[in-house]
Design a protein around this ligand. Sequence first.
Ligand SMILES: Cc1cc2nc3c(=O)[nH]c(=O)nc-3n(C[C@H](O)[C@H](O)[C@H](O)COP(=O)(O)OP(=O)(O)OC[C@H]3O[C@@H](n4cnc5c(N)ncnc54)[C@H](O)[C@@H]3O)c2cc1C
Length: 308
Amino acid sequence: METYDVIIIGGGPAGVSAAIYAKRKLLRTILISKEIGGQVLLTNNIENYPGFVERSGIRLAEYFEQQLRELGVEIVEDAVREIRIEGDSFRAICEEGTEFLGKSVIATGGSSHRKLNVPGEDEFFGKGVYVCATCDAPLTKNKTVAVVGGGNAAFQSADLLARYANKVYLIHRRGVFSADGILVNRVKGHGNVEIMTNVAVREIKGKERVESILLESLESRRVFELPVQKIFIEIGKEVKAGYLKGLVQTNQHNQVIVDRLQRTSCRGIFAAGEITDLPYGQAIISAGQGAVAALAAFDYLSEKEGSG
Ligand SMILES: Cc1cc2nc3c(=O)[nH]c(=O)nc-3n(C[C@H](O)[C@H](O)[C@H](O)COP(=O)(O)OP(=O)(O)OC[C@H]3O[C@@H](n4cnc5c(N)ncnc54)[C@H](O)[C@@H]3O)c2cc1C
């Protein structure tokens, strides 16, 4: 079986960027992912990726794939189920049964947003339902919006949205917040934010776009309708790092802990993008970290060869 210099897991901005840098360092590179683009495929409104002015996430993903193909990066359309250590190499075992050996691994499996699982959530995704305030806050100018959640992500979103929107409702199903107190106080300081606790979202309603949400008070069981034009769901993310279980250190959110060179606690395994404990989930940030991971993997392999 051929041994690759680097196995890249994931085809989002982090994985694509890692593959570009690895390939241009002449590393034998393989990228394993069911699709190219990752979360970028879920948006039609990317306005903050330098040099990319077409906005469509699908278009950006097409450029990603074109660049990989032009460079001759080997792409396997599959998902990695498990990574096993074999001597000083790593065996990637895929869902469809194929296996690949690599001297190093760059894990960029990303994350996905937790859903409310209520009617209207999928139907109005991108048409009033959003999951990333940093990405979409400018769309809320002079609008009435809701943020759902009680953690740091929800409060950071409310803090940002309060600067654009006319009115922000922060809706939380519990009576206490897990967000940092200082952040909660900052949000409470915005005159246009109203916090609603012990309230659950039951439905997102509208015709073409979101027009209102149906809420239920968990204390009185009263169901009522709140007119909003945008709703941001900020109830956490699920990190896609199961295949690294037991191999690398993670934090309480299952994010892979990395150092400033994207190195994990396991020598030879690097991680980049939203799979890591680094802040600010954004395409350009994942891409930057992917580049660092590939360069660090190159240095790791060079040192290993030099000492071997
Ligand atoms: C609706 C929406 C709008 C957004 N808008 C913007 C925006 O305007 N600007 C911006 O900068 N960012 C935006 N983002 C955020 C941005 O898309 C993410 O920060 C970025 O895509 C993260 O890149 P990543 O490579 O770390 O992970 P991801 O994009 O999550 O990619 C992970 C990749 O890993 C693959 N993968 C997962 N598990 C496995 C496995 N076991 N084996 C192999 N492959 C695997 C996935 O299929 C995927 O290809 C938006 C996100 C969403 C959801």
